[in-house]
Design a protein around this ligand. Structure first.
Ligand SMILES: O=C(CO)[C@H](O)[C@H](O)COP(=O)(O)O
Length: 209
């Protein structure tokens, strides 16, 4: 069964916790977005894990170097998953995987900016990562002509565990679910909704229908 991950791209711990409280009943994974972690530091990871010990907490570090060190920071703070950029040297990913094994946690590769996401997904899966995020970032989504369909098509081709992030919403969640992805990531569709709890519930119900 595909999991639902909420991406919290807010800037304050108290706002992130308030949003998580509303949507936690409907999601499997709570992602702390890169801007939130840069704004509040790793303390936001501990605050979230303490508040929601039964949820998987995902620290979207988008690490580019010193993989073992940065992954260790995230895991020590309570993260279940940390992201490393797919565009970086394999050595950075291998370091993060080493830290993950020591902590009993997982590494997720973020393919933002990677030209051939499917090829890279296959390569990094061999390094022992938990899954690979097929990702079009917020800036890429804002470009004219962007469609999440490209990620959905890639997920069907990948043949390794992937998540999809890049504008997941109620209109495309069925296609995301049918792509074979193991996780659907929804940020703006939840945190920008007038009623985030209702938005999360709708995605949850569509995924589980
Ligand atoms: O990591 C991110 C941006 O770099 C976002 O959290 C991710 O793209 C999911 O958000 P959305 O559903 O709004 O695209």
């Amino acid at each position: 069964m595909i999991k639902l991950q909420v991406a919290i791209d807010l800037l304050k711990t108290e706002d992130a916790l308030a949003l998580a409280k509303k949507v936690a009943p409907y999601v499997d994974i709570i992602e702390l977005g890169t801007p939130l972690i840069k704004s509040e530091g790793v303390a936001v990871i501990r605050a979230m894990k303490d508040a929601f010990p039964d949820k998987e907490v995902f620290a979207d570090f988008k690490t580019a170097d010193t993989g073992e060190l940065e992954a260790g920071l995230a895991f020590d703070a309570g993260a279940d998953y940390v992201t490393i950029l797919g565009s970086v040297d394999d050595a950075t990913i291998e370091g993060a995987v080493k830290a993950a094994k020591e902590h009993g946690r997982g590494v997720v590769i973020d393919t933002i900016g990677v030209k051939d996401r499917v090829k890279r997904a296959k390569e990094v899966t061999k390094l022992g990562v938990s899954f690979v995020e097929l990702h079009a970032g917020l800036d890429e989504q804002a470009l004219e002509g962007y469609s999440i369909q490209v990620l959905i098509d890639e997920a069907k081709k990948a043949g390794v565990p992937v998540s999809i992030a890049g504008g997941v919403n109620k209109d495309n969640i069925d296609a995301v679910k049918n792509s074979g992805a193991v996780v659907a990531v929804a940020g703006g569709a939840i945190y920008s909704a007038e009623d985030p709890a209702a938005a999360a519930k709708e995605l949850h119900d569509l995924i589980n229908a």
